[in-house]
Structure formats: C-alpha cells, structure tokens
Ligand binder design. Structure first.
Ligand code: PRX
Length: 680
C-alpha cells in the first residue's frame, strides 16, 4: 500500500481504485479486528437504512405475538388465490394446517402475477455459468419457459401429486423445472448434484418418483461432472422412473448415453411445446416439494413442505430479512439442491418479484476473486452465503475482495452454521465495507424459511448472534427436562425448541409419520425439538451453539453420523464404525471415523485402506461426506449393554481429557485408543 503523502504511481493507482471502489479502502481496516471484537460493539442500523427498510416498525413483534393469525393472514392476502382462504391456522399438535381451505398455484404467484405488471420485462433470473457463459431471463421469458416445460412434463405423463426427481447442476433449467412441477401440482424432489448415484437412487426410490430431470454434466473447477452417467447407474435400480429429461450442458463432444424411449433431450422436447399451460388449482396443504436431509438414523428423511404455508413463509422472510426492493439484485450462493437454494434463490425472491442471481461453479474458479468479480459485474446489492465460505475468503485474504468495486452491496447475510464473532466482524468490514448490516439467519430444511434473524432496519446486531425470532415465531431454550433455562443463570445454555407453529413448518416425513413424531416431538411434549444447542443472553438474543444430536455440520452440510457409519460397515473389511465430528478451521466441523476391521482384513498397508474407505464413502454418499480422519481400532469403547460411547470418542478425537468412563465395559479400550490417536 502506498504511504500517506507520496505522490508516486502506486499512490495514484490506489487513489484511482478507491474512487472506483469506494469501500475497497475500508477493507484495509481489518487489522483492527481484535479491537472491534474487544469493544463488544453492538451494530445499530443507520438512520438511512432504517428509513428505507421494508420493515422498520418495532411494534411488529408485539402485534404478531398478540394476533398470530392476523399477522400471517395479512401476508397471505399479498398472494393471488384461485380460492382465497377463510381459515388461517389449524393446530392439532404436532400437525399444523395453514390456510387449509384456500387454492392457489406457486408458479402463478412467482411468475404470472408479475407478468401482468410492469415487472414483465424486469430480470427475474440472472445466471452465470462457471466457464463464464451468461443468461438473463426476464419475468416474461421465465414464465414462457416454465409454461413450455410444464407442457413437456404433462406430455410425458406427469400429473398433480406425482413425484419428479431433479438432479441438475446450478443452471436455469433447475429453477424452470421446479416451477414447472409447481405449475402442474407435481411434487419435486431436488437431489444435490454432488450426491452419488447411490444417494440419488435411494431418494428416487423412497419418493417413488416417476420422472427424472438431469443434465449430461455440470461444471466444477473447470471439469464437467458426468451427472447423466451417475444417473444411469442409479436408474438401473429405479423401477418407478418412466422418463428422463436430459439438459445438454456439455459441448457436443461430451459423451452421454441416451436410452431410446426413456431418455429425451430437454431442448428437443421444448421445440414443440406450447407457451401456455393451464396452472393447476392446488390446495394450500398439498405438497410442493420433498427435500431429503440427514437425521439421526442411517436413512435420510424426506422432509415435506406444503404449498401455501411455505410460500407465505418465504415471501415474508425474503421481504423483511433481505429487505429486497424493485432494483435490488439478490445473490444467495447456496446450491439449489439444499433448502436455502429452494427458498432464497427460487421461491422467495420470485414470489416477491425481485431479481435473483444464480452461479454454477466454485468460488475459487478460475481465481479466488470469482464471487467478487460476479458481484461487481452484475451489481449485486444483497448477498447471502455460509460461514464456511466466509472463513475461506478470510483465509484467502482481503486482497481478492479489494480488487473489486463492491460499493453496490447494501446488505449481507449468512446461514447454515454458527458464525464466530471474529468471522462476522471480518465479513461486515471487508465484504460489507463496514456499512452493510449482516443478517445471521437461523433455520433448517424442516422450517422451510428463516426463523431466528435480525430485521436489518430494526435490530441492533451482535456479532455471532442470530438475534431474535422473526415476528410471529416463538423459540425457547430448555434444559434436558424441558424446563425453560433462565438466561441470567449459568450462561443460559440449553436446547433450542420452537413453541408455536409457523406457516412453513414441515408437514412431516415422506412416508413415515411415526418418525416425524419421534424425531421432533417426542423429546418434549408439545415442543418442536430442533436438534440445536443455544443460549439466550440478557437481551433475549439467541446464540446458536451447533447440533446436539448425532448430526454433523460439515461446511454447512448436514451429515448424519449413522449414514457414514452404515456405509463404512458396508465395506468388506470393516466390522464396526463410529463417526464423530472434530473442529475444523474452515469447514467448522470435519468427520473422524473410528473403525474396527474384520478378522483377516488387518491391512498390510493401512494408509491405502484408509484412502479406500474414504473413497468408498464418497462413492456411496458423495464428496461432502468424505471422512477427514480414519483411525483403526482393535475395539470401540462400549457400555456394558453394548452401546458405543461416542462422547468418549469425541474426547479422543479432539484431544480433550476423557469424560466419565465409569460406565465402560472395558476401560482399557479407550486408553489404548487415546494413545494411538495421539501418535497419529
Ligand atoms: O444446526 C443448525 C445449522 O444448520 C442446521 C440446519 O441444517 P439444514 O437443514 O441443512 O439447513 C441449513 C440452511 C437453513 C441447523 O439445525 N444452522 C443453520 N443456520 C444457522 C445454523 N447454526 C447456527 N447459526 C445459523 N445461522
């Protein structure tokens, strides 16, 4: 950096850059991070932000709490209905219905409603592919594509209530496919493109999907991932799939197998599809989608979301949390295969008539400033990403950000994991230029939309806290017996529960109502158990502490320890496996697996076997589940009744002092493990 007062070329260049990028200079404040943290500063919204905010009336909290039905009913009136609902909520714990006597269509609300107004020619979806190709769809164009593709699906026999699996990269066709399903009242089940053939197969079969939409490939770090090839492996075991629609993403030379009669190219089918498809009048409580996520058993659960409640929840939170205006450009960086991509790349912004940006590839391709390059070139104004990504940006260095003019950004957000206060402050200073409010939003696949969050025009922010429940949402922190934890007492920590239903709440687990009751409602009668630890401070702010069940959060991805364990024991050499989470600088948490081998499989080359086991898990589930560490053990620590004591394994893996070992059947097992782990 040029020294003050010097008039050399470097100083002139730097001043020029500052002119072009007003906040690039502010990015250099970062070295004062520890000072900012030590101050325990509370970040109040500026008067200017507050004035322009979509929600700037602090009384909303009280009004919503006093009359929940009126509060959500007012949001419902913003939608277009075939039959407006008279009822708001029916609650027979643990089953909720919202706006149950209404009829509507999600694609009409995301598209037709806007096409009838001045938004007709406004950009709805701005897309950039990893190689740099770009496409922008106006509301009119997106509406046309969705109508055409709905006609394609109809011709291939898709009807209301049918399940359609979507296994696509981050390309516009993913959003078009979702909206086309919604137009017909078909239920989509999007499977993240990073999942393996086996994971895809399990999800297709559980949902009994009739049709699959995939692509020949998708770009990741310059390579084309052969999605269709994975899909073909899955389809060999998916008897319910009748037709496959394949998007051509790779070039003509990219090899792909097309099975005559079953597989159809997207672009060919679209050529003769009509531009108008009558939208189905869907009941409020009919399902919009299934999305699989990890729980505490080896089998992923299909979380089901309804039509009206979900749409109203994402509409309200997109409007108030992201504060979107007509001229904003919103970029939620999540993949469409996760709930964040569903709610805040597709449904929330489009329901609101906003412009949403979608990017196909990696943040460091071809260079580590790709995200900021996208923000600058497209003029992104509201940006939403995960703490894992922010930690990586922080490690890569502020210079990648300083190169770009991010002065258009006015609000930034985070989701998916607890964010450390120092990372929060870095984000606020470096990406947010010290002027953007940061919304740390807590929610889950199950909740459908954001539940604990600042309202950027109202809330004084504390770095590391997701602050307060959204108006109309009610959360609490309880102890193991379900008693409310007093925030003043002993740190105020406990288990996060939700105490009232809200519109987007999951309606159950596909095909397994018992598991729904068991997983969420059995621990504390009448309360929804989130699986998260939390504490509340003296101001009533919530601080999320991570999962307290056997679910890991690796780089913002939810991974059930039981899923990884069952794939490990599926390997011919493995007798038993126990998986625990270990802290990781970038990913938040990483996977450590303790493995005992079958007799006769004592590896001659343990490193080779370790790699083989890691690859086995990747092949079975997907790269997100790759264990970071594998430790071979002669035995695993168990209670006298044979239960593996993961708590002790966690102590071993993190190098902590061992907790209570009195219930162990054989205490020597853990001692030898501890010695081995320390050695490696
Ligand atoms: O542990 C919490 C964490 O992510 C879990 C939900 O994961 P998933 O269903 O994959 O949805 C992620 C995106 C909504 C939660 O149980 N989590 C999510 N947001 C936060 C968070 N932890 C701390 N702070 C957050 N803001």
């Amino acid at each position: 950096m040029a020294r003050k007062g010097r008039k050399g070329t470097a100083a002139r260049a730097s001043a020029k850059r500052r002119e072009a990028a007003p906040h690039a200079a502010e990015a250099r404040i970062v070295p004062t991070l520890s000072g900012l943290l030590a101050e325990k500063r509370v970040y109040k919204p500026s008067a200017a932000f507050r004035r322009q905010a979509n929600c700037n009336d602090a009384k909303v909290y009280e009004r919503a709490a006093r009359n929940l039905e009126k509060f959500w009913g007012e949001w419902a009136r913003k939608l277009e209905w075939f039959k407006p609902p008279k009822k708001v909520r029916e609650w027979k714990a643990p089953f909720a219905k919202w706006f149950a006597d209404g009829k509507l269509n999600v694609s009409v609300n995301c598209l037709d409603r806007h096409v009838k107004t001045a938004r007709r020619n406004k950009a709805a979806l701005v897309w950039e592919g990893e190689p740099g190709d770009r496409r922008t769809y106006t509301y009119w164009e997106l509406w046309r594509e969705v109508n055409q593709f709905a006609n394609v699906l109809k011709r291939l026999g898709v009807r209301k209530g049918d399940r359609v699996a979507i296994y696509l990269p981050m390309i516009p066709e993913a959003a078009i496919a979702m909206l086309a399903c919604a137009r017909l009242g078909a239920i989509h089940s999007v499977v993240f493109g990073g999942f393996s053939a086996e994971s895809l197969k399990d999800r297709i079969n559980d949902a009994r999907a009739k049709l699959l939409i995939t692509a020949d490939g998708g770009y990741r770090r310059g390579n084309l991932l052969p999605l269709k090839q994975y899909a073909d492996e899955a389809l060999a075991h998916c008897p319910t799939i009748e037709n496959v629609v394949v998007v051509k993403r790779g070039g003509a030379e990219f090899p792909v197998h097309i099975r005559e009669g079953r597989d159809h190219w997207w672009h060919r089918l679209m050529q003769d599809a009509g531009g108008w498809c009558e939208p189905a009048a869907v009941n409020s409580e009919d399902l919009l989608f299934i999305l699989y996520t990890s729980g505490t058993t080896g089998k992923p659960k299909g979380i089901v979301h309804s039509t009206a409640g979900y749409l109203i929840g994402v509409l309200a939170t997109t409007a108030w949390v992201f504060d979107l205006k007509e001229d904003d450009l919103f970029w939620c960086t999540a993949d469409i295969g996760w709930v964040t991509g569903h709610s805040y790349t597709v449904y929330g912004p489009l329901a609101l008539g906003a412009t949403t940006l979608m990017y196909e590839g990696a943040p460091d391709w071809p260079a580590r400033d790709r995200f900021w390059d996208i923000c600058e070139r497209h003029g992104v104004t509201v940006f939403y990403t995960a703490p894992t990504a922010i930690r990586a940006f922080m490690k890569w260095g502020a210079e990648h950000i300083g190169k770009h003019d991010l002065s258009r950004l006015r609000l930034i957000g985070t989701v998916g994991e607890p964010i450390n206060p120092e990372v929060w402050v870095w984000y606020q200073q470096t990406v947010g230029g010290g002027r953007c409010p940061v919304v740390d939003t807590w929610w889950q696949t199950e909740t459908g939309h954001i539940l604990i969050t600042p309202l950027p025009g109202l809330t004084a922010l504390k770095p590391g806290s997701a602050t307060r429940p959204f108006p109309g949402v009610s959360a609490d922190v309880v102890d193991a017996e379900g008693r409310r934890v007093d925030p003043e007492a002993s740190g105020g920590g406990g288990y996060l529960v939700l105490t009232r239903p809200y519109p987007g709440m999951l309606r159950g687990i596909w095909g397994d109502p018992e598991r729904y009751k068991q997983e969420y409602w059995s621990r504390y009668p009448g309360l929804y158990f989130t699986g998260d630890g939390a504490k509340r401070d003296e101001d009533g702010y919530f601080w999320l502490l991570g999962r307290v069940d056997d679910v890991l959060n690796v780089a913002g991805h939810r991974i059930g320890t039981a899923e990884v364990e069952s794939e490990l024991v599926d390997h011919k050499a493995v007798a038993e496996a126990a998986v625990v989470g270990i802290p990781h600088e970038l990913k938040g948490e990483a996977i450590a697996a303790f493995v005992t081998l079958k007799d006769g499989h004592g590896a001659s080359d343990p490193v080779e076997l370790m790699d083989e086991l890691k690859e086995h898990v990747v092949r079975k589930i997907g790269a997100i589940s790759r264990p970071d560490r594998i430790l071979f053990a002669a035995d695993l620590p168990k209670t006298r009744s044979g239960k593996i004591m993961r708590r002790l394994l966690r102590d071993v893996a993190t190098g902590r002092a061992l907790g209570d070992t009195t219930t162990l059947a054989d205490p020597s097992v853990i001692e030898s493990l501890k010695a081995r782990y320390a050695e490696e």
